[in-house]
Design a protein around this ligand. Structure first.
Ligand SMILES: [Zn+2]
Length: 246
């Protein structure tokens, strides 16, 4: 009995030893596998993180980017006379727009007034302090262009679109609101210049009418075909400039 019992116990002990050896071997194998796998993953992640950053730095130095931006606008400056308004609550709040997605075309609704007179009126609003009104640009009867508020800054012209657009006011000779040939041509050239500068397509060249339903610019609300022609003329002019630039 004694021998038999101790024999069983010895057998039992050997079983436990074997079990522990197995556990140790499996653990060791697992640790070995982990040690092999983890550094590999890290290397891969590092490689992924490093390479795009390196490439970007190598292919796009800051100087080249700047040159590319300068070259981008193939439409020539249409001859802008910069006369920025004083920053004030009534015509130039000095706030940045959220984006520059639209060009909004207007007419002044005040026949025979000049671009300079309208610019000066916008400037005087800071003293009158009862009306808020302005535009980024005013195009005059002889085609002159005055910049009152820089593009990318809010002007008070297009209601809910002020924070997303650049606005162009146009002078006109009579109540019909039809632009003179000179005004029309300058407005086409300025719109093309801004469209090219800020990457704005034909569908994002709109009228004040398209924002609020107001009859502005009157002639181009009453004559839908003339409005479409205006947008065609802008796109054709951009195309012409692109071809000329090669
Ligand atoms: Zn308007």
């Amino acid at each position: 009995m004694e021998n038999e019992r101790s024999g069983k116990r010895r057998h039992f002990r050997w079983g436990r030893v074997l079990l522990w050896i197995c556990v140790a071997a499996v653990t060791a194998a697992a640790v070995w596998l982990l040690l092999r796998l983890i550094p590999k993953e890290d290397e891969n992640v590092d490689a992924l993180l490093d390479s795009p950053v390196m490439l970007e730095q190598e292919t796009m130095p800051a100087t080249e980017k700047a040159t590319e931006t300068e070259k981008r606008n193939v439409v020539p400056d249409p001859g802008i006379d910069v006369q920025l308004l004083t920053i004030n609550d009534y015509s130039r709040p000095g706030e940045k727009t959220d984006a520059l997605d639209y060009i909004v075309i207007h007419y002044l609704g005040n026949p025979k007034t000049t671009a300079q007179e309208n610019h000066d009126y916008f400037e005087s609003l800071k003293d009158l302090q009862d009306t808020s009104m302005s535009a980024n640009f005013v195009v005059g009867l002889k085609g002159e262009i005055i910049e009152c508020v820089p593009p990318g800054e809010i002007a008070y012209a297009s209601n809910s679109m002020n924070h997303l657009s650049v606005s162009i006011e146009n002078c006109h000779l009579d109540e019909t609101g039809r632009f003179t040939e000179e005004t029309y041509e300058s407005c086409v050239h300025l719109t093309a210049y801004l469209a090219e500068e800020y990457g704005i397509d034909r569908e994002h060249i709109i009228r004040h009418y398209d924002v609020t339903g107001k009859e502005c610019p009157l002639y181009y609300v009453e004559h839908e075909d003339k409005w479409e022609e205006f947008r065609d003329d802008v796109m054709n002019y951009i195309e012409e400039c692109r071809n000329a630039a090669g």
